[in-house]
Design a protein around this ligand. Structure first.
Ligand code: ADP
Ligand code: MG
Ligand code: ZN
Length: 483
C-alpha cells in the first residue's frame, strides 16, 4: 500500500524595523537613501575594534509591539547574545542577536488552513537582531556595501504547526499585514525588508513524528514561498518513496529554474557558539513600560474584520478585503461616516470602480488624494438617483484625474439622470415602433433581445435613463405588442 504524506512546516520571518537609526549605533536605518555604498557607516556597524554597541530604544518598543500583537508574553528580563559565524557580509565575525531570552515568546496566530478551517499556529519567539551588509557578486570577485549592516531586524519564529502550503501562505500574509498595521515594517518584499524562511519536513499522514527537516532561505515573495514549499514537499516525498532519507540542510530557491538547491549542511545551534553579549546589559522592562506599549496597539486586522461584519453587515470576504490594509479600512470608514448611503454600497464602490482605477494606474491606497467626503458625495448622488451608476463611474474617473466637486462635474458633463417617466416612456415607445421585427422576435421567444432594447434606450439617452423605470416601461410596451 502506498503511503500518503503530509508536510510539517515552520516559518521564520525576518523583518527590518522602521526606526530612524541602526540597532546599535546612530547611523541611519534608511540605508536605501544613502548616496553611495559604504557612506552610511561608523566604527560600530563596521565592527572596528573597541567600538561599543548601544541598544536602539525605539527598536525594542517596536519589537515588543509586534510580540504583543502576536499574543506573545513579553520577557521583562531579556538578553542579547553573540551568534558567531564568518561571512564577508558580517563585519564583526558575529551577529548580535537574542538567544536564550528573546524579548517575546509563546504567541499564537490563527490562520486559515486552505479548506476554510481555522488553525492555531504557535509563535515560538520574537527576537531582536541586526541585518547584515549587502554583497554584490561580480564575475571573479564580490563587492561589499556596509550601509545596511546593523539595521534593526526582527525575527519571528513559528512552531512547526503548519500542515499545508495554503496555511503557510496565510500565516505569512497575516504576519505581513500585522507588521504594516503596526507601522513597524513596510512589507515591501521587492526591497528585501521582509524575508521568509521555510522549514519543511514530510511524514506519513496519521503519524505524529517530526522527521528531518530542510530549511529554505531568503524567500523574497509570497510566490517564492509557495513554489519553493511545494517543490520541497514533493522532493522529500519522492526521497521517502524511493527508500531514501532526507538530509538536514540549508537550501536556496532558484526562482528561474523552479528548484531548491543545496547551500550547505545545516549547522546546529552549538556550531554558532552562542554566548551572552558582553558589551550589552540585559534589557529590563518594567510592567508600566509594557503597559504603555500595549496601549499603543491599534485595532488589529482580525478584530477590525469582526467589527466590520457586525457594524456594517458585510460578509467575511468583503470585510477581509477592506481590512487587508489599515489605510484602506480607515478610508472606507471615513466615507461611511460622511455618507448617507448604506455601508454595503460604499464597499461595492471601493472594491469595484475605486480599486479598478488604482490597479489600472498602478497606484496604492496610500497615493489616493481623493477626499473621503468627496467620494461620499458622489456615491450619495447615485444612491438618491440624481445620476445613474454609469454616470457615477464617469464622475469618479474625473475626480481621480482632475479633482473637483461631484455636483459641479455632473452639471458640466450634463449627466443628471432622467427620472421623468413620461420622457422615458416616449423614448421606449419610439424604439419599439422603430424596430417591429425585433419586437416580433422577442415576443416569439427570443428573450435575449430584451438587453438589446435596453441598450437602445441607454444609447438614445447617453445612459441617463433610470434603468429600473426603463425596464418597467419596456416590459409593459413589449407585452402590449404581443399578438
Ligand atoms: P533552530 O533553527 O534554532 O535550529 P529549530 O530547528 O527548533 O531551531 O526550529 C527552527 C524552525 O524550524 C522553526 O520555525 C520550527 O518550527 C521549524 N521546525 C523544527 N522542526 C521541524 C520539523 N521537523 N519539520 C518542519 N519544521 C520544523
Ligand atoms: Mg533558523
Ligand atoms: Zn553605524
Amino acid at each position: 500500500m502506498k503511503l500518503t504524506y503530509e508536510p510539517v512546516i515552520g516559518l521564520e520571518i525576518h523583518g527590518e524595523l522602521l526606526t530612524n537609526s541602526k540597532m546599535f549605533c546612530s547611523c541611519s536605518a534608511d540605508y536605501g537613501s544613502a548616496p553611495e555604498p559604504n557612506t552610511n557607516i561608523c566604527p560600530t556597524c563596521t565592527g572596528l575594534p573597541g567600538a561599543m554597541p548601544v541598544v536602539n530604544k525605539k527598536a525594542t518598543e517596536l519589537a515588543a509591539l509586534v510580540g504583543l500583537a502576536l499574543n506573545c508574553s513579553i520577557n521583562k528580563h531579556n538578553t542579547f547574545a553573540r551568534k558567531n559565524y564568518y561571512y564577508p557580509d558580517l563585519p564583526k565575525g558575529y551577529q548580535i542577536s537574542q538567544y536564550e531570552l528573546p524579548i517575546a515568546e509563546k504567541g499564537l496566530l490563527e490562520v486559515n488552513d486552505g479548506s476554510d478551517n481555522q488553525l492555531n499556529v504557535r509563535v515560538r519567539r520574537v527576537h531582536i537582531e541586526e541585518d547584515t551588509a549587502k554583497l554584490a557578486h561580480e564575475k571573479n570577485y564580490a563587492l561589499v556595501d556596509f550601509n545596511r549592516a546593523g539595521v534593526p531586524l526582527l525575527e519571528i519564529v513559528s512552531e512547526p504547526d503548519i500542515r499545508t502550503v495554503e496555511a503557510a501562505l496565510d500565516y505569512a500574509t497575516k504576519v505581513r499585514t500585522i507588521l504594516r498595521y503596526l507601522g513597524v515594517n513596510s512589507g515591501d518584499m521587492e526591497k528585501g525588508v521582509l524575508r521568509f524562511e521555510a522549514n519543511i519536513s514530510v511524514r506519513p499522514v496519521g503519524s505524529d513524528e517530526f522527521r528531518t527537516r530542510t530549511e529554505i532561505k531568503n524567500l523574497n515573495s509570497f510566490r517564492a514561498l509557495v513554489r519553493a514549499s511545494q517543490y520541497e514537499i514533493e522532493r522529500q516525498i519522492k526521497i521517502y518513496e524511493e527508500g531514501g532519507t532526507v538530509v538536514q540542510e540549508t537550501l536556496g530557491w532558484d526562482d528561474v529554474r523552479g528548484v531548491t538547491t543545496s547551500q550547505r549542511s545545516k549547522e546546529e545551534a552549538h556550531d554558532y557558539r552562542y554566548f551572552p553579549e558582553p558589551d550589552l546589559p540585559p534589557l529590563q522592562l518594567s510592567d508600566s513600560w509594557i503597559a504603555e506599549i500595549k496601549s499603543r496597539l491599534p485595532e488589529l486586522p482580525e478584530a477590525k474584520t469582526s467589527r466590520f461584519i457586525s457594524d456594517f453587515g458585510l460578509t467575511l470576504s468583503e470585510a477581509r478585503f477592506l481590512t487587508s490594509e489599515r489605510t484602506l479600512a480607515n478610508y472606507f470608514e471615513s466615507v461611511v461616516s460622511k455618507s448617507k448611503s448604506p455601508a454595503k454600497t460604499i464597499h461595492s464602490w471601493i472594491a469595484g470602480e475605486f480599486m479598478r482605477y488604482l490597479n489600472d494606474s498602478g497606484l496604492s491606497i496610500d497615493d489616493v488624494t481623493l477626499a473621503p467626503e468627496t467620494l461620499a458625495k458622489l456615491i450619495d448622488m447615485v444612491t438618491d438617483k440624481t445620476i445613474g451608476a454609469s454616470a457615477g463611474k464617469t464622475v469618479l474617473t474625473e475626480l481621480f484625474k482632475n479633482g473637483g466637486d461631484p455636483a459641479q462635474i455632473v452639471k458640466e458633463k450634463n449627466l443628471l439622470q432622467m427620472t421623468d417617466v413620461n420622457a422615458i416612456q416616449e423614448i421606449v415607445m419610439k424604439i419599439l415602433n422603430d424596430n417591429p421585427k425585433e419586437v416580433d422576435d422577442y415576443n416569439a421567444g427570443k428573450e435575449t433581445l430584451f438587453q438589446w432594447f435596453m441598450g437602445q434606450v441607454a444609447r438614445a439617452t447617453k445612459g441617463k435613463a433610470d434603468p429600473n423605470v426603463t425596464k418597467e416601461l419596456m416590459v409593459k410596451g413589449l407585452e402590449e405588442r404581443k399578438k
